[in-house]
Design a protein around this ligand. Sequence first.
Ligand SMILES: Cc1ncc(COP(=O)(O)O)c(C=O)c1O
Length: 395
Amino acid sequence: MPLLSEGFSPSEKFSPPDFRNASTDDELFAMVRKQLLVPANRIYLNTGSLGPCPVHIIDAIHANTRQLEMNPVGENWGPLGNQMELVRKKVADFIHADVEEIVLTRNTTEGLNLIAQSLQLNEGDEIITTTQEHDGGEVGLEFLVQTKGATLKKIELPIPGNSVEEIVNTIRQSITSKTKLVMLSHVNTITGLLMPFAEIAKITQPKGIYLIADGAQAPGLTKVDVKALGVDAYAASGHKWLMGPKETGFLYVKKEFQANVKPVFMASGFSVYSASSGTRNVATIIGLGLAINYHTSIGTDKIQQRTLQVRNYCLAELKKIKGLKVISPEARSLSTGIVSFSLDSVKNEDVFNKLNDQDIIVKLLTQHNGIRISCHLFVSKEDIDKFIKALKLLL
Ligand SMILES: Cc1ncc(COP(=O)(O)O)c(C=O)c1O
């Protein structure tokens, strides 16, 4: 397991479990589950909204906060504060970017807002997005409509998506000579669909159309390689699938795109602390670095494989139930560890509340009378069995 890099000494005593002691992958995932403060009898299926942070990271944040408070200025501009740039580098490596292309933010919404606030669009320039975006991504696009006179075109994605070609063609057909910006979620917040960005970039790049990803649901769930995706900017959160501290996030702005994006927050550069950023929460930011270490120590491939396996099991069980329709894709190339369904006649809110009463935590969708299930690595087949049993009884 990679050790914490130099400069992380205050947190070293709060180590993750030694996963080498796990003789099987199931044992490893059970070790992860034991490290969460989510009580053992609670079935937590809503990492898509917020992920639970492993206890060693919470302890490290507390320890670092205490250390900071012993000498606030000395630590913030000294031993603790100096670690923030290491975290920025860690984020860059994690998503295959250069460190000069990374800004640490508070969340995905803030990252997308930084782009929207400063992007130079002209009246009549067209923005393409879908009807399935999260408010956090949409708000900046609405801002561009209001302040720049851009037009916003929201296209319908097929539900469930069937193939990469179908999705790519839907996007391709929506593009016109006026299109200046395409903004899409890397992993869809409603269905969990994995957007084929690399294929879409092949359409947008030759036309000089900006391509921006809302990556809130992706890092920690699926591999993120911003260069391979071909995006100009990518915003994400640390507090969802990365299971990091709350109010952590990052924004990637491709070098060649940086001249187009100049919010005041980055006026003094992309460093974690600068004149234009102001003081940061050093303990939380170091916690984000620890969350990335944690994921790296398990491995994105293993996490991706496990989350898909559990979600495929959940999807297969859901399909056996009458009175609901799965709205997430089944094609491997479009799938992630999220599965959602739409209820035929029962109100989703009633199902959500009754599951909640049984300590089964799911996400209530505002569209499709739906419910979303997040199958992160700590969710077991037994958890899914309990959820399915409870759902069947309710329906
Ligand atoms: C696709 C998407 N974008 C943006 C957000 C907002 O994330 P945050 O609150 O971390 O900014 C979410 C949250 O669920 C999301 O699913």
